[in-house]
Write a protein that binds this ligand. Structure first.
Ligand code: MTE
Length: 347
């Protein structure tokens, strides 16, 4: 595979591409017909990908009154038992090519289907109890662990990283995550040589997460990485954002951040890490296999079946920027995919 490597902090040449959203309804229907679950249920055509339409209507910053209870307020953050850990020192190795997204936007414009398919689920997400929160590490490992999240945090080297996030729906944000390198958790577990994948499972509690009552979705949310991806320096478990504990709507207490992949890989509310020799069949793969795959690496040259991936709308801005291969992180991750050219690496 020939990959042009551009450094993460280099400004794209055309930072202001004219706004254009791809809305070809005939292609939409054709593509959806290929996805068994997508067409099976009226109204679910959305999947993770309906939002170019909806997202456009929701660009404005939420009114202040709405933000006050959004889980980022000082009082809410202080109530989190891990509050004393933050802020943590920033690791300057990871730079941005754009401004940091305002916290009010990143914490009120979310995807968290457990709480519904709109972007405004932040209030509903407050229903999720995040303590006690037990984490299981199991499967093909020497060190199987059952641990409370605060004890896990005490073992992990916390740092802050500025990462971009590129949603498959073609919106993007740039935020300061706090957390730890996923590799630290992998090392703690000591996987056997037979472990080829890391499977991540999110919580399942339909009584508090009403979206999980939608039986056409294959709950719980499952995501996965190869072991090489999980050990890559960029793979990060985020436990906080903007120098505070993670708000519930952003995935508290543990969420993945893999910035070279489309946002749906960055799973939230993780309760289990399982090392396995079987490639995990992920949530969105099950929902729409013609549209969402295991790899989901960002590539502007490979359109989603229903829209172009060439540009992205930056939350809080009224312009679009060019999307970059591996979301601008090729120098860190391109080598992971050598020899895998036969795979659908970009969906
Ligand atoms: N994780 C879970 N468990 N459930 C979800 O619905 N949505 C994903 C990802 N992680 C999702 C999830 C998608 S599609 C995106 S774009 C990001 O979360 C959005 O993260 P944010 O809300 O913090 O911006």
């Amino acid at each position: 595979m020939l990959i042009k490597v551009r450094r993460g902090w280099e400004l794209p040449e055309s930072a202001a591409t004219p706004e254009h959203i791809f809305r070809d309804r005939r292609r939409l229907l054709k593509a959806a017909a290929a996805g068994p679950i997508l067409l099976a249920v009226p109204g679910i055509l959305a999947g993770c990908g309906e939002a170019p339409d909806r997202a456009d209507q929701a660009t404005q910053v939420a009114p202040e009154s709405q933000v006050a209870g959004a889980g980022t307020s000082d009082a809410t953050a202080a109530a989190d038992p891990s509050a004393h850990l933050y802020p943590v020192a920033r690791n300057l190795r990871y730079r941005l090519d754009r401004e940091i997204t305002p916290a009010e936007l990143a914490t009120t414009y979310n995807n968290y289907y457990e709480f519904g398919s709109s972007k405004t689920i932040w209030k509903k997400a407050q229903a999720l109890p995040i303590r006690p929160w037990m984490v299981t590490i199991d499967g093909l490992v020497e060190n199987k662990i059952e641990i409370g999240v605060d004890d896990l945090l005490a073992k992990m080297p916390l740092e802050e990283r500025l990462y971009r996030l590129r949603c498959v729906e073609a919106w993007a944000m740039a935020v300061p995550w706090s957390g730890f390198a996923l590799k630290a958790l992998v090392d703690l577990a000591r996987p056997l040589a037979s472990a080829k994948y890391l499977r991540m499972e999110s919580f399942h509690d339909p009584e508090v997460a009403r979206g999980q009552k939608a039986s056409w979705y294959p709950w719980p949310y499952i995501e996965g990485l190869t072991m090489a991806e999980a050990r890559n320096e960029l793979a990060f478990i985020a436990t906080g954002i903007y120098g505070k504990p993670m708000p519930k709507q952003n995935g508290a207490p543990l969420r993945l951040a893999v910035p070279w992949k489309y946002g749906f890989k960055s799973t939230k509310g993780i309760v289990r890490f399982t090392f396995t020799d079987v490639r995990p069949n992920t949530f969105w793969e099950k929902v729409g296999p013609a549209e969402y795959g295991f790899w989901a690496n960002v590539n502007p040259e490979v359109p989603h079946p229903r829209w172009s991936q060439r540009t992205e709308r930056v939350l809080g801005q009224d312009y679009r920027v060019d999307t970059q291969l591996f979301n601008g992180y090729a120098e860190f991750v391109a080598e992971l995919y050598t020899g895998l050219e036969g795979e659908k690496l970009f969906m």
